[in-house]
Write a protein that binds this ligand. Structure first.
Ligand code: ADP
Length: 398
């Protein structure tokens, strides 16, 4: 069974075709600049050369058509026929309170997704367009939606409620939802395998440290708290997002800088975080490089970033009354031994002790705690596409 996994942004489409008999990636790729000048596609078939093309893609439908053509192309294709695709799995950012699990897409589901769009106006509309584009090109192929939020639907009320007038929750569903759920679910399940213990017996803290970043407390296999909120802006400092902030900063900046509320929220989302503090870049490689050369603001940005991750780990250890392992994943968590060491440097009181030699890994699964460390420290590469493909297969098998 081959599953096509799609992740649509407002002007991009990422895809992977996965053979579920071996869980191997047959091809993956990316369409960029959809609907704008310079649309292009990069298609990487397993075991063959990459194929790149610059061609107009006015809509996501055009992009999906191009992807399907690439998949069956006699040269750079990987399947003989489009009918080899058994199902499509779509990443959907926000499922609100409607979706605690992945679902087979129906007309009713589409209606519910539209309702969730007001909670994620930057993300969900693009996800919906992607689903519609696939339905148009592959009308008889089942489509599945997998949500960033659904893993966190197990959070108790005390974790997801904001201390605001309760009617805001009742009338507008304003609450913490959390994101990166597929990633936190995947790495925490992998952690249980690595530790050789039942998933439901463990207290785990997962740190997804990519461009966007979040921490999740997973108690007995269930998300019980997470750092992102109503939107992905809450929680950790990130590449360009500010994370936790005194809410009164909003009106203060509006007055001081003469900006509208939306303009300030844009600054919070796109010009803050590690980029805003360092003034160097949102990419940690650049910021680490600048800090190593003595750039004080770059160092301040990294110090602030690590400190906040460590504070969340402490908070979640308290929330669960203990922790068996802390997991690091995504771009920074998988690749930066400096970041892992700096964050774990705060966690000695929890009983975490880092083995420097074992921490010297990049992009591989490892337990990098010392043999006598009371709490394990793990780095585990995430694989959100595989989770989407597995959920899709599971729903189809049912
Ligand atoms: P996204 O949230 O876009 O999926 P990723 O998980 O790919 O992000 O993470 C991207 C970030 O990971 C980059 O911005 C970069 O800062 C960081 N990163 C990637 N490789 C390294 C590395 N070798 N050292 C430090 N940081 C890295």
């Amino acid at each position: 069974m081959d599953v096509l996994v799609l992740n649509c942004g407002s002007s991009s489409l990422k895809y992977q075709l996965i053979d579920m008999s071996s869980e191997s990636v047959l091809a993956k790729g990316l369409c960029e600049r959809i609907g704008i000048e310079g649309s292009n596609m990069k298609h990487s078939p397993a075991g063959k050369d990459d194929y790149k093309v610059e061609t107009p893609m006015p809509t996501h439908k055009d992009a999906v058509k191009l992807v399907l053509e690439a998949l069956v192309d006699p040269g750079h294709g990987v399947i003989a026929n489009i009918s080899d695709i058994s199902a499509c799995g779509h990443r959907v950012v926000h499922g609100g309170e409607n979706f605690a699990q992945s679902v087979l897409i129906s007309a009713d589901v589409m209606k519910a997704l539209e309702e969730c769009s007001q909670l994620a106006p930057l993300h969900n509309p693009a996800n919906i367009i992607g689903i519609e584009a696939c339905q148009a090109s592959l009308p008889n192929v089942p489509q599945v939606a997998v949500f960033d939020t659904s893993f966190h639907q197990t959070m108790p009320e005390k974790a997801f409620l904001y201390a605001l007038p309760y009617e805001y929750y009742e009338n507008h569903k304003i609450r913490k939802y959390g994101f990166h759920g597929t990633s936190h679910r995947y790495v925490s399940q992998e952690a249980a395998k690595l530790l050789g213990k039942p998933y439901d017996s463990l207290k785990l803290i997962s740190c997804h440290l990519g461009n966007g970043a979040s921490v999740c407390a997973i108690d007995g296999g269930k998300s019980v708290d997470t750092s992102m909120g109503l939107t992905p802006l809450e929680g950790l400092a990130m590449g360009t997002r500010c994370g936790d902030l005194d809410p009164a900063v909003l009106t203060f900046v509006m007055e001081k800088e003469g900006l509208t509320a939306q303009q300030v929220v844009d600054v919070f989302n796109k010009k803050s975080g590690v980029l805003g503090v360092s003034g160097v870049s949102s990419d940690f490689r650049d910021v680490e490089g600048a800090a190593a050369q003595g750039n004080a603001r770059a160092k301040a940005a990294l110090d602030l970033y690590y400190y906040r991750v460590a504070k969340y780990v402490g908070e979640y250890a308290a929330a669960m009354n203990g922790v068996d392992a802390v997991i690091f994943t995504a771009g920074l968590g998988e690749n930066s031994k400096e970041a892992r060491a700096a964050i774990c440097g705060y966690l000695g009181y929890l009983g975490i002790s880092v083995d420097t030699a074992k921490n010297d890994v990049r992009g591989k699964t490892a337990d990098f705690a010392t043999a006598d460390s009371k709490v394990r420290a793990l780095t585990i590469p995430t694989n959100e596409e595989l989770v989407i493909a597995r959920d899709t297969k599971e729903l189809l098998d049912k």
